[in-house]
Design a protein around this ligand. Structure first.
Ligand SMILES: [Zn+2]
Length: 504
């Protein structure tokens, strides 16, 4: 009990506070922080000041209940931390804080990077997925095209041809079995070469093989063979495959293809286009003219097997083009041989070339006549040959002009074409009548006559279009526009005679 009671005796320590004696009394059960607070108070310092307790010799005394008692003659001193010590601590603290902040910001940056990497990965995955789908689509399209080739070559009229293509020779359907001669089979005379450049060229004088030679000559003469590194033999083969794929219609046949291409060649010379357009433009113009009515069935609204149309649409969609027609379908089918011709072009440029040719082929659709002519009329007064859009529009109008340019030719060359076209129309309307389908008046043999068919077309379609082109190339007035005016007068006279005959 005695020892227990003695443990409650308070402890006393003596201090020297700036020369003044102080006495601090505390229980042995006080905590070190309580004792530190008491010491701070007695030294006149704030309660939480960090202090040291030292004896007379400067030895540091531990601040806790076991602090040794002292006498008034040997007081302890309470020492606040020096400014320097504080500064060091602050620096230390600041350094620690800076390091922590650095680590935190690094951690945040890592998080940001992580998010960015995750996002990029997600994007890449999406792209890979889309590319994969596109590859599948393109593969499917390729297969469809292969089927299409098979179908075309297995058509009876072609498969029966004894010397051209072997329908069993898979994958080489458009390659002639008997190769073309490497020596020139036809040599064009100087007079023919000159005449080829003019709209007066008589297109009725020539056999198919001769027309092929003329077409071949045009590719050489324009510099296309050299520019695109074309192999002359491949060019021959390709032109033969073109000719083979025009049907024997009264109007839309290989001779019409030749007429359009020859007129294009003539316009290139007449309008001095060599100074304004590029060889690439000529490649597009000439090839579009050659291909524009490929496989034309000879009647409107061609009912080709639905699979062919679907394939063409799909291809057009992949190529970001719109619409479809028979020529487009076959043009796509012959796309591979075309690539063999334009050897110089890499895949990307070839795609662009195909795209540009498709645009021109689609422009020959008369349903788009108003739209294309309006667009050209808006550009013609401030036409800019360095502007791609203007040049594309001009090319569309040029192929349109060539496509319907028969009336530009002398009457004895032009007039048989009217008979051919009417024959083609009448074949369709006769069939429609038998099937009980509605018949368009301009195709009805009971309603249409040559003058009535021609006058409206020349006055409202041909002359306005050629006169617009004349604003850009005044030199066509004498050679192309005047013959159109003469042709209009000719048919108006014929109509007067016809009317007079009817009255009688
Ligand atoms: Zn045509």
């Amino acid at each position: 009990m005695g020892s227990a009671s003695s443990s409650y005796v308070p402890k006393t320590i003596h201090l020297d506070v700036e020369g003044k004696p102080q006495k601090v009394v505390f229980s042995r059960h006080c905590s070190p922080s309580d004792i530190k607070e008491l010491l701070c108070s007695s030294a006149g310092l704030p309660r939480n000041t960090s202090i040291m307790l030292v004896d007379r010799d400067g030895a540091i005394i531990s601040i806790d209940p076991t602090v040794p008692s002292n006498s008034p003659s040997s007081p302890y001193r309470v020492i606040p931390p020096s400014a320097g010590q504080l500064g060091e601590k602050e620096d230390l603290f600041r350094n620690v804080l800076t390091q922590v902040a650095d680590q935190l910001s690094r951690a945040f940056r890592i998080n940001e990077l992580k998010t960015e990497v995750t996002n990029r990965l997600a994007l890449l995955e999406k792209r890979v997925e889309l590319e994969g789908l596109k590859v599948v689509e393109i593969e499917k399209c390729k297969n469809d095209l292969k089927k299409l080739r098979d179908e075309l070559t297995s058509r009876s009229n072609r498969a029966n041809c004894p010397c051209k293509y072997d329908p069993l020779d898979d994958g080489k359907k458009l390659t002639p079995r008997r190769d073309v001669p490497s020596y020139p089979k036809y040599t064009l005379s100087k007079e023919t070469i000159e005449a080829l450049k003019k709209p007066t060229f008589d297109v009725w004088h020539w056999e198919h093989n001769e027309m092929l030679s003329c077409l071949e000559y045009m590719y050489h003469d324009l510099g296309l063979v050299k520019e695109f590194n074309m192999n002359p033999i491949t060019l021959k083969r390709w032109l033969i495959s073109i000719q083979e794929n025009y049907r024997s219609n009264p109007f839309h046949n290989f001779r019409h293809c030749f007429c359009v291409t020859q007129m294009m060649y003539g316009m290139i010379h007449l309008c001095n286009l060599q100074e304004k357009l590029t060889l690439n433009d000529f490649g597009i113009l000439m090839t579009a003219a050659v291909c524009h009515d490929l496989d034309h069935p000879g009647y409107n609204n061609a009912f080709e097997p639905i699979i062919l149309l679907q394939t063409a649409y799909k291809y057009a969609e992949l190529q970001n083009t719109e619409g479809s027609n028979c020529s487009l379908i076959l043009f796509i089918v012959i796309a591979s041989p075309l690539q063999e011709i334009f050897l110089k072009l890499d895949n990307l440029s070839m795609e662009e070339e195909m795209q540009a040719i498709i645009t021109l082929i689609l422009a020959t659709d008369m349903a788009r006549h108003g739209e294309i002519l309006d667009s050209f009329q808006q550009k013609v007064d401030h036409f800019d040959f360095t502007n791609d859009e203007d040049v594309t529009c001009l090319k569309m109008v040029l192929i349109k002009c060539c496509d319907i340019s028969n009336e530009v030719r002398p009457t004895d060359v032009a007039e048989p074409w009217v008979d051919c076209l009417l024959e083609e129309y009448f074949m369709q309307s006769d069939r429609e009548k038998i099937e009980g389908l509605p018949v368009a008046p301009f195709m009805d043999r009971d309603k249409v006559t040559k003058p009535t068919a021609q006058i409206g077309f020349i006055k409202f379609v041909l002359i306005p279009m050629f006169e617009t082109v004349m604003k850009l190339f005044p030199q066509i007035e004498e050679v192309m526009v005047q013959p159109l005016r003469d042709s209009r007068d000719h048919y108006e006279e014929l109509k007067q005679i016809e009317d007079a005959m009817t009255e009688v």
